[in-house]
Design a protein around this ligand. Sequence first.
Ligand SMILES: Cc1ncc(COP(=O)(O)O)c(C=O)c1O
Length: 426
Amino acid sequence: MTILDIDRIRAQFPAIAQNSGPDAPVFLDNPGGTQVPQMVIDAMTDCLINANANLGGQFKTTQAASAVVDQAHEAMADFVNAGSAQEIIFGQNMTSLTFHISRSIGNLFSEGDEIILTRMEHDANVSPWLLMARDKGLVVKWLPFETDSYEFDLDKLADLLSERTKLVCFNHASNLTGTINDVKTVTKMAHAVGALVYVDSVQYAPHGIIDVQDLGCDFLVCSPYKFFGPHMGVLWGKLDVLKRLDPYKVRPATDQLPGCFETGTLSHEGMAGVTATVEYFAQAGRDWADEHYRTRYSGTGNERRQLLCAGMHALSDYELPLTRRLIEGLQGLPGVTIHGISSSNALARRVPTISFTAEGHKPFDITAKLAKHDIFVWDGHNYAIEPVTEMGLMDKGGVVRVGLAHYNTMAEVERTIEVISAHLNG
Ligand SMILES: Cc1ncc(COP(=O)(O)O)c(C=O)c1O
């Protein structure tokens, strides 16, 4: 198995490398946004210097900007294994993209049609659909999750599905419980009744390989700033489904995919950064993935796709013992409840986004104590108002959410457990 040189990885992230020693800041706010490697910063700077123009002209910088935009679509097509770069739509963030496309998707439906949302979602995969349902007179059905297993009971989904179901929206991984959902099975069930499937992969993307062709869904959204890139959102849509949609666009804008859904002028520097982010994972494949990983992905797409899959797999394997130790350490503290899958042999069914509460302690006070020690974590509902309400935690200040990434270390995990322990026992 590949041993990652964690010091070399951390050296690539200026925000991390600029401080060292036992008191250096600990970035465990990763589910809210990740740090960025130098190669991404360089690509963005280069774009702002050498390709800073709008698209479609005849001079050098406009042509360089067009190349940046094309390369970003190709890079994200490799990242999610899209059938073509035409299926990749860039936007400001996942939320804006979802609001935007929901307007076009809603026009496929008629009054009385049904959509299914879940109680495990970030609100960005809820509110756009609730408003679409309001505007179009659709019926909203809710899939709960089991509050003991933190997973969906798919028999309950089967009960909700009917020939009236037109759309099923759910997450690939929850930003609150960390649960990884079975996208393939849910998609098959939804497709069996003719419904479209919209998958929120924002929390999954930093930790696992996405293969939209294998998953079979119709739409999938993610946000590069959650996987070591700049603040942007990316929507993948299946080509034949996108072609059925009427884009909301200005008249002079192209009618061709994907530009017809990319309203206005995008952040070209952001797109340059996204390409470099995908390259970062491919570089991880070169640097850290040995034969064990390389052979597994050989022949699964072009060279960059193979490398980035091998790299992502190696990075997520590195995260596993950290996740295990964080969960065990928290479980050993008085009054702590982890709101997510925590059995050590079930960690493959979760991302390392770990939410907990401690009896008698406000989440806000715990994160305040951690902040005093320069350990950065989030508390509250984290926009996951459905799951937090479902678990009865809304009026208790939500949860403390600790989220690991591949640049974290075991020493940081131990330091975090120590500070929480001192707070709870103090
Ligand atoms: C699961 C999930 N979905 C959607 C979003 C919203 O993403 P964005 O900030 O790109 O709109 C987030 C952000 O935290 C998230 O965690």
